[in-house]
Design a protein around this ligand. Sequence first.
Ligand SMILES: Cc1ncc(COP(=O)(O)O)c(C=O)c1O
Length: 458
Amino acid sequence: MEFPAEPFKIKVVEPLHMSTREERARLIQEVGYNVFNLPSESILIDLLTDSGTSAMSDNQWAGISMGDESYAGSRNYYNFERTVRDIFGFQHIIPTHQGRMAENLLFSIVLKPGQVIPNNTHFDTTRANIEHKGGKALDLIIDEGLDPNSEHPFKGNMHLERLKDLILERGKEQIPLVMITITNNSAGGQPVSMDNIRETSQLCHEHGIPLLFDACRFAENCFLIKEREEGYSDKSVKEIAAELFSLGQGCTMSAKKDGLVNIGGFLALDSDLWTQQATNLLILIEGFPTYGGLAGRDLEAMSRGLQEVLNEDYLRFRINQIRYLGEQLISEGIPIVKPVGGHAVYLNAKEFLPHIPQEQFPGQALTVALYREAGIRAVEIGSLMFAHEDEETGETHYPELELVRLAVPRRVYTSMHMNYVAKSIVGVYRNRDQIKGLRIVEEPPFLRHFSARLEEVP
Ligand SMILES: Cc1ncc(COP(=O)(O)O)c(C=O)c1O
């Protein structure tokens, strides 16, 4: 097991509050057993998300003070545009305040009710944006991607046969675009291989359907291609990214991940027509095309972050830090999704808590236990997030995987923090029989996991 040494020094520190178990047990009950409702000050190690939680570099902070806050034509926009073109290669770049706005713009212009958007696995905001416009979001991941114990090196891959069958069945009129999410967050942060992307691209091309990427974690995906796919070990991550994006016609991006910023995103497109339509809508709901929903200083930080994320010392540390956490858990017999993915370790809650049935949200129950016992905030990616009722039969469909994601913010926690997390999880595992299932007492119509309230099942 390699001990990953941080390739940076710490210049500013943020104190953490050391809460007690008693405090946390009271708080989690008060907030309806939903960790999204907790005040962040009550958390010791926050692994809720790697989104918008990165520590920015001195270079990015310097960029923040170079903000040109002109309404139109800010120099920071041009820096940002140059960086995105240089890395991603797409023609048009539309800044947005975060990824879901890029999704909203895209699906508002391309999607008609009843149409289908296939993806390896849709992230929840992508799925919600599609469904909100009357479309159907289909997950077509390879079978290994749904097996937490499969060691396939590219478990995020698209299932090409199923995609082909779908295209033959529905035709291009019913499929305005195909998406690939890199890395595949909802299925364990697993990478997609260049080979799979190339074949998906060819299939789409044969049928005249555009291929777009959900590119949030493109650098991590490209680093894993470099590590795992034949023929890429001598290529730079930037070269791999250039090849990957040349296989598609655009992307949505939440720069809150591999943009190393706390806020920001964009929609990048080759199509002039789609760009014109998206820009018109952008002005209506987000902002002028040279700032999107952002300040000039945010665009500068994003531009610099996108360049920094390609630094391979950083990426090696990043991937190894996650792997280091995962390997400690594996060596203690804790069930996690294997191999360890790009940005997070995913606990397999079905195996961790076999005594809790899916309708009692084992993933959420484990999330609650991690907070109560150790002050660690993780997130459920299972039934609370994805179970839904069939419109025709009224039957509840449960997701195949019942996961708890420990997403590690970029450049925030040290490898010593990872030791604390691993030891705490081992402690929870030893007492897992004590953990109770949960039931919902209140839920909103969309994205219920963000605000639902639950209670323990006695
Ligand atoms: C794969 C994926 N797509 C889209 C998004 C949405 O991005 P944002 O939170 O910036 O709206 C996320 C956020 O976590 C994500 O992981």
